[in-house]
Every structure is written in structure tokens, then in C-alpha cells.
Design a binder for this molecule. Structure first.
Ligand SMILES: [Zn+2]
Length: 662
């Protein structure tokens, strides 16, 4: 159907599908059907531009990336809520409410979602603005990002549309999306998000709304800002029911309570359900239900008196530790991993936990066969907290460090708390090295993720980095998961990576102590391998931020037999071992050591690091006498203090922006 008449019909169908999915939790149609209808709508709107409407479901698909976030004042400050960790504190709070109001108030309990707080402003039913909490007074305008989140209605529904309504709530990442994103990052060799909240915050900071729309974020309402609504109810629980009718997702677990006893029961009974919701909950919010009473109670400078958050402790459980094994990393690091009898914690079955290192194992005296306490908070990687020595039967022996590498049986050496396999030919190390080499920040070879590297090494196709560059389509086709198209794509991607330049090759081949920043410094000074090979240890020591150990390690790595062979082979297959020098070195940044600290409104830290490095600065993690400039964002802490103590130049975000735009 080509007719424009179909446009309103499609919009209604798609809005209805979103409402059913996010508000009623009762999907109307499969995702494929939704996508098909959306495609049809987009096509029709393109043919009939006169029907453009910014609240059309097609307008979620992600607008143009924005260049920076604008800081905007909240009309009504977004205060934070006082936290409590005990039932006694809740009872104490309820008693205070009774005193202040001279009668026992009706209260509500609803889940406290672990996400990023946001304020959504609707005028005449249309989403106008989305602002992050920021410092409570001002936040970032993330409207373009939030519009791409499907559970946020672009237009409110129903008959009684408020003139103005600000709903406050939490943007969060459902557990399923979080797991999926971390799997993808793992395959790409990117650093994993520690938990869903970090992943949500990181996603919202993306200047490109398309990234946000791909991450499957969601929204739940948990508060109100400015409201101008003739039909506004008088209580929170009625407000929740009313905004739900407007199409705004709310938590369905709200409980109305008439006494401290009932509140305690609600909090305790919710602890059992909280892991089944499919998203992270870190507590419950308890509030006085009547808006009139809320106004009477008012706020302290920091938080409203009429509500309090109860935080559940990190979930712990006891289980039997059955095995400690040692996993070999890229530089030969041996990391201990605990295997335990499966235990259900915070919504998932846990069987493995990290033990960090051998010193940590000895400090906690953790032994195979021990009953151990395991902890998991939200979606964070599980930890072994302690052993329970009183449960031992005498068979448990002190955990000994491995005498040889579990994979190659090569010799193991201890350096500080860490153990290393020092066999340079270790296949386990090689596998990890290839994964590192191919990852996004190094040679950036699309399609060469963890699984494919394992396949290539297992099939005996790759014994050396250079072997990647001689792979052919016919080598790949017999491997599981490869077809004509994917095999050609991988060969092309590998070919493309030849020209990444010396800095990326140096960090890609995994020379110990030579990370991304160090490799860039080297490649800036020595623009090709020949020059680098002529440099002495003393030359390296004179480089910005090089110590003697790094200089010696680098020199040894380049001049060792393996090092010589490595670069020779890479050159032979056509990998470029030189670096184009940036002709336009920026004097405000060139050769300066900079430290970024605090939260920056307009920059993602990684992007800023890249920008500074592009201009010739070296970005490091800690402030020392060698630091030239500290860039301090909001709530910068100890690093800023240290910079001030040392008299180091400090730039705030405005000063940074001014210098960047010169
Ligand atoms: Zn080994």
C-alpha cells in the first residue's frame, strides 16, 4: 500500500505494540513483525515528507550524532534519597514521620532500580526534554539519546493529558542485554562493563543516538518533578496508576503499607522476588504516600524527608570449593579461578569466581575442599569472600602455587603477588596474544574474535602473528561457522590491518610494559623500525615518562632473537612498520603529560584520551611531579587535590574546550 492514509494507522500500531510490551508486559507482536511495520512506516514517511511528525515511532531510530552535551538546569532539583541498611532504621524513620505529621501516615514501597536517574519533561503530551540528574541542580540534556529508547513514550496516551508533567525515573539495562553486550565486548577484546549500571551510564554518554538504540535500554518511572495537570491525583500510588495510563512504564511491585510492620514485611518479602525481575534492583524506596504530607514534611539540603531507600546487602551464600585452576593470560600471567558447587545468587547460578592472586588466596587461607562464602552484588563478577575454617575435616591442604604452567608445563616465576609462565613459546600465551593483537585498540581486525582465534590456533594455521597475513579464503572455509562471504570478509579485514602503523603494531605484539600510550610515545619519536632499532637504552630513558625498567625491557624485546624475527616476519608479509608523523602538532598539548579526573559532561574519557593523544599529549592515570596538566571534571577527588598540592596546572572543562577549539 503506497497511500499516506496508512501512516497514522502504522504509528498507532507501533505505539500500541510498545505500550503492550513495556507498560503491560504483554507483547502484541514478535520483534520481526514490529521491525517490518516500522520499515513500512519509514518508507511511507520518506515518500510523504509532508506527514513528518517528531513523535512518530520512526523518529526513534536515532538522529544525527551530537557534538557535545548541553548542561541544563532542573526546574525542580533532583535530590538524592537517604539510604538505610537496617530494618531498625526504617522503623526509626517511620516513627519520625508519625511525630512530624501527628498521625501514622500511609506509605508505599517500590523497587529501587539500579540505573541512571533521569528527568523526562512532557508538554501537551509530547516528550520535550530528557535531563540526567547531574549534580541535582543541573544535568546533561540527553534528549536525542533517550528518544531512541523504546520504552520511553514520545507522545503520551489517553484523554487526560497533563499540560506539563516531568516524570523522573531510572534508565537501566535489562540483564539479558547486559549479558549480550559483555559477550560481544569479550569477543572484540574490549574491556567488560563491571555491571549493568556502568553499562547504562556508558551508553547514555555516547554522543551517537544510534549506539543507544542498539543497546536496548529501558525506563521505569519512580518520581515526579514539575507537574501542571488538572487531573493530578493526590497520592503517589494513584499517581503511578495514572501515569501508567499515560503510557509511562512503572514498577508493578508497588505496595501500599499502613504501618512500620507492613513496611518491614514488604521489604523482606521483596528480597525474594527481586532477582526474578530481569533487571538489577538494589533496594526499595519507602515514601509517604500523600503529596500534601510530602509538602508538609519538606526536604533537608540533601534529600526529601518523606522518603528513604532501603538497600539490600550484597547477596552471599556458602558452597563447597572444588577446584582452583590457573588460567594463562597474554603475558603469561597465571590467574587463579575457583570452581565451586553451583549456587544460586542474585538471580544467576554461580559456579566460578575470581581469586585474584596467590597472595590473596593465602591471606584469606582459601583451600580446595573448603566451605567458602561467595558474594555477588547485582551483576558484578562473583568473589570468594572468605573460607570457613571451622568446617574443615582435616583433608584440606594449604593452596600451593603451581610449579609449572598448566598448559605448556613451562617454568613459573613469581613477581610481586603475580605468577608468570616464562616460556615464550607457551601456546596458551600465544592464543591470548593473538586475541590482543586483533582487538579493536590494536590492529582492529573485524571478525577475528576469541572464538575464531581459538579455531585458527587449534587448526594449526597460525603459529605466529605473521601467519595471519598469509591466510587464504580456502584455509578458512573448512572451519566451523565460515562460508564464502565470511571467509572473504575476514581475509579482507586482516589485509586492511596492515596499515595501522607502528604504534599499534608495537602495542599489538604485547611487549611487556609497552601499552597503548607508551607505544604511541615511541612511534612519535621513532617513526620507523630502523630508527627504533638504532636507539639505545639511554635514548629510551630520555623519553617522556620512561623509567629504566621500561627502557631496558623495550630494548631487550627489540634486540632479542625472537624480537628480531617477529618484526622481520611482519615486514615480510607487508605489515607497515612506520608511523606517519602528525604534521600539525598542537603546542598546547604536544609532549605534555596529562591526567583526566572526575566526570566530564561533554566527553567520554576514552574519546578524550584519543583526542589528546592525537594532539601529541601523553595521558596517564596518576598525578605525579611529571604531570603537566590535570583536566578536572565534576566531583574530581584526590587527584585534583594532589595536583593543587603539587602546584600543577589544572584545567576545568571550559578551559579544555577553549584550548581544543583553538
Ligand atoms: Zn605456559
Amino acid at each position: 500500500m503506497e497511500s499516506a492514509d496508512r501512516i497514522p494507522e502504522l504509528r498507532k500500531l507501533l505505539d500500541g505494540a510498545n505500550y503492550a510490551y513495556y507498560v503491560d508486559a504483554d507483547p502484541l507482536m514478535p520483534d520481526s513483525e514490529y521491525d517490518k511495520l516500522l520499515r513500512e512506516l519509514i518508507d511511507l514517511e520518506e515518500t510523504h515528507p509532508e506527514h513528518f511528525d517528531k513523535t512518530s515511532p520512526s523518529q526513534r531510530v536515532g538522529g544525527e550524532p551530537i557534538s557535545a552535551f548541553e548542561s541544563v538546569a532542573h526546574r525542580i532539583p533532583m535530590q538524592s534519597i537517604d539510604n538505610t541498611y537496617t530494618v531498625e532504621d526504617i522503623c526509626g524513620w517511620y516513627d519520625r514521620m508519625c511525630d512530624l505529621l501527628s498521625e501514622p501516615p500511609i506509605c508505599t514501597c517500590d523497587p529501587k532500580i539500579d540505573g541512571v536517574a533521569i528527568s523526562l519533561r512532557y508538554e501537551d503530551g509530547v516528550l520535550l526534554q530528557a535531563i540526567t540528574r547531574g549534580d541535582g541542580e543541573r544535568g546533561d540534556d540527553v534528549t536525542a539519546q533517550v528518544r531512541s529508547i523504546r520504552s520511553v513514550p514520545l507522545r503520551l496516551r489517553g484523554e487526560f493529558i497533563p499540560a506539563v508533567i516531568e516524570v523522573r525515573g531510572e534508565i537501566y539495562m535489562p540483564n539479558a542485554s547486559f549479558d549480550k553486550i559483555n559477550e560481544e565486548r569479550k569477543a572484540q577484546g574490549d574491556q567488560l562493563f563491571a555491571n549493568a549500571r556502568n553499562a547504562t551510564a556508558g551508553t547514555l554518554k555516547s554522543l551517537d543516538p544510534k549506539t543507544v538504540s542498539e543497546r536496548n535500554l529501558a525506563f521505569l518511572c519512580h518520581g515526579r518533578g514539575e507537574v501542571n495537570w488538572n487531573d493530578e491525583p493526590d497520592t503517589w500510588h494513584e499517581f503511578v496508576a495514572a501515569v501508567k495510563k499515560l503510557g509511562i512504564p512503572v514498577a508493578d511491585q508497588l505496595v501500599v503499607c499502613h504501618s512500620a510492620q507492613q513496611i518491614t514485611e514488604a521489604v523482606e518479602s521483596f528480597e525474594e522476588q527481586k532477582n526474578d525481575l530481569g533487571f538489577g534492583i538494589d533496594g526499595m524506596v519507602i515514601r509517604v504516600d500523600s503529596f500534601g504530607s510530602q509538602t508538609k514534611l519538606g526536604s533537608t539540603a540533601k534529600s526529601p524527608r518523606w522518603c528513604i531507600a532501603f538497600k539490600y546487602p550484597a547477596e552471599q551464600g556458602k558452597t563447597l570449593l572444588t577446584k582452583v585452576d590457573w588460567q594463562v593470560g597474554k603475558n603469561g600471567t597465571l590467574t587463579p579461578r575457583a570452581t565451586m558447587n553451583p549456587i544460586f545468587l542474585a538471580g544467576t547460578t554461580v559456579q566460578h569466581a575470581t581469586l585474584h592472586n596467590i597472595d590473596e588466596i593465602h591471606r584469606k587461607d582459601i583451600r580446595v575442599g573448603d566451605l567458602v562464602v561467595v558474594e555477588k552484588a547485582g551483576e558484578i563478577i562473583p568473589q570468594v569472600v572468605s573460607s570457613i575454617p571451622s568446617a574443615r575435616d582435616g583433608a584440606q591442604e594449604k593452596t600451593a602455587p603451581p610449579v609449572m604452567c598448566p598448559v605448556c608445563e613451562g617454568p613459573v616465576e613469581k613477581e610481586g603477588p603475580k605468577l608468570y609462565c616464562v616460556n615464550p613459546e607457551c601456546p596458551a600465551q600465544f592464543r591470548e596474544k593473538v586475541k590482543w593483537f586483533a582487538a579493536r585498540d590494536q590492529m582492529d581486525i573485524d571478525g577475528l574474535g576469541e572464538k575464531v582465534v581459538d579455531q585458527l590456533v587449534d587448526a594449526g594455521l597460525v603459529h605466529h602473528f605473521a601467519d595471519l597475513y598469509t591466510l587464504t579464503k580456502d584455509d578458512l572455509l573448512p572451519l566451523e561457522g565460515f562460508a564464502e562471504k565470511s571467509a572473504v570478509a575476514l581475509v579482507d579485514a586482516i589485509e586492511d590491518s596492515k596499515t595501522r602503523g607502528l604504534a599499534r603494531v608495537l602495542s599489538g605484539v604485547g611487549i611487556r610494559l609497552v601499552g597503548r600510550a607508551t607505544a604511541k610515545t615511541i612511534a612519535r619519536v621513532y617513526s620507523n623500525l630502523d630508527l627504533l632499532q638504532q636507539a639505545t637504552v639511554d635514548d629510551f630513558v630520555s623519553l617522556h615518562d620512561f623509567g629504566l625498567i621500561t627502557a631496558e625491557t623495550l630494548h631487550k624485546a627489540i634486540h632479542s632473537k625472537q624480537g628480531q624475527e617477529l618484526f622481520h616476519k611482519l615486514a615480510e608479509v607487508g605489515v607497515v612498520l612506520s608511523q606517519e608523523q602528525n604534521a600539525t602538532v598542537d603546542p598546547a598539548f604536544a609532549n605534555k603529560t596529562m591526567v583526566i579526573t572526575g566526570t566530564l559532561a561533554q566527553w567520554e574519557r576514552k574519546a578524550l584520551t584519543e583526542e589528546l593523544e592525537k594532539r601529541g599529549a601523553k595521558v596517564t592515570g596518576s598525578v605525579s611531579k611529571k604531570t603537566d596538566v590535570v583536566i578536572a571534571g565534576e566531583s574530581a577527588g584526590s587527584k585534583l587535590k594532589k595536583a593543587n598540592d603539587l602546584g600543577i596546572e589544572v584545567w576545568d572543562e571550559e578551559q579544555l574546550a577553549a584550548r581544543l577549539s583553538l
